[in-house]
Design a protein around this ligand. Structure first.
Ligand code: 8YV
Length: 321
């Protein structure tokens, strides 16, 4: 490589990240922040050494096969990498990296916001205020559910699941989890392990999803699994929309089988199943899990650390393929 590496950056990134890009590389930025089509991305990648992409870019086999030979690595600005076909990248000898760790706390915080928002009917309350429809305090207005003493069921006890457990303990919740492996006692911190998902579902007064998206977890929360939850459970999703069968969850929210849902992610986003928007018992956010200045800067720096390693001939710290 002659001179500074050329990096195609698919979306607009925080100023501090773009400043580092400008200092250390020859970036091809996207100041308009318009998502690239597959063909446009391939065209823009001509002559570049690496791509910095996000989950809004579908890096499927067709696109990866069409990339120029000059591309050494693709860094995704996310911990999730279900949008990248890892096998296709391996076949092309393209390194793939993600950004784990740096968004754990922010995502756990938004999970708590969703839990509290859903349990305490924050959406309904906020709407009342914004519509000027609040006629005053009453002893029975918008009564929610107390989270203290309730059982939190966490599916996927990785970094984010553990950070959610830590916060939930502060609310006085009892923590249960299902994970591929049982954690060691220090990581478990008193949480109860359930070797099967069904075992966990049966005790989850509040169910929080923290597993990756993929063929194994597609529509994990379907009608059959919802029927295993305690009556009136609360469902929280900050993982990926595809982990939930929307039709089943909407039916359960409508019937009251599920009392409320707090959602940050949606299958097919930015499209959102319209019934989520009309149900009163949903608390909805637009994929804000990692959306703090500090976290998005850290994600960008982490992605660039990985690309720096690739260009220096070192093993990148967050290589996933
Ligand atoms: C981001 C995420 O908001 O990291 C992930 O996998 O879902 C979020 O942190 C998103 O990826 C934007 O790049």
């Amino acid at each position: 490589m002659n001179g500074k590496p050329v990096i195609l950056v698919s979306r607009r990134l925080p100023d501090a990240v773009e400043a580092r890009l400008a200092r250390d590389c020859t970036p091809r930025l996207n100041p308009e922040d318009t998502p690239y089509s597959a063909d446009a991305l391939v065209a823009a990648a001509q002559g570049a050494d690496a791509l910095l992409v996000t989950p809004t870019d579908r890096m499927d086999a067709r696109l990866i096969d069409a990339l120029p030979d000059s591309i050494q690595a693709i860094a995704t600005f996310s911990v999730g990498y279900e949008h990248v076909d890892l096998d296709a990248a391996r076949r092309r000898g393209i390194i793939i990296t993600n950004t784990p760790g740096v968004l754990t706390e922010a995502t756990a915080d938004i999970t708590l916001l969703l839990m509290l928002g859903a349990a305490r009917r924050a959406s309904e309350g906020e709407r009342l205020m914004r519509e000027g429809a609040w006629t005053g305090w009453t002893p029975t207005q918008l009564l929610g559910q107390h989270l203290g003493g309730r059982r939190l069921g966490i599916i996927g006890m990785g970094r984010i699941g553990q950070a959610v457990a830590h916060r939930a303990r502060a609310l006085g919740m009892e923590v249960h989890y299902h994970n591929r492996r049982r954690l060691d006692p220090a990581e478990e911190a008193g949480a109860t392990f359930h070797p099967t998902a069904d075992g966990l579902l049966a005790v989850a007064d509040v169910l929080s999803l923290h597993c990756p998206a993929g063929p194994d977890t597609l529509h994990f929360l379907n009608a059959e699994r919802i029927s295993r939850l305690p009556q009136g459970a609360i469902v929280i999703n900050t993982a990926r929309g595809a982990v939930v069968d929307d039709t089943a969850l909407i039916a359960a929210l409508r019937s009251g089988r599920v009392w409320a849902a707090g959602l940050d992610v949606y299958e097919g986003e930015p499209a959102v199943h319209p019934n989520y928007r009309t149900l009163p018992n949903t608390f909805l956010l637009p994929h804000l899990g990692s959306a703090t200045v500090e976290t998005r800067n850290a994600m960008g720096f982490r992605a660039l650390d990985n690309l720096d390693a690739v260009f220096a001939g070192r093993e990148p710290p967050d290589r996933v393929a």
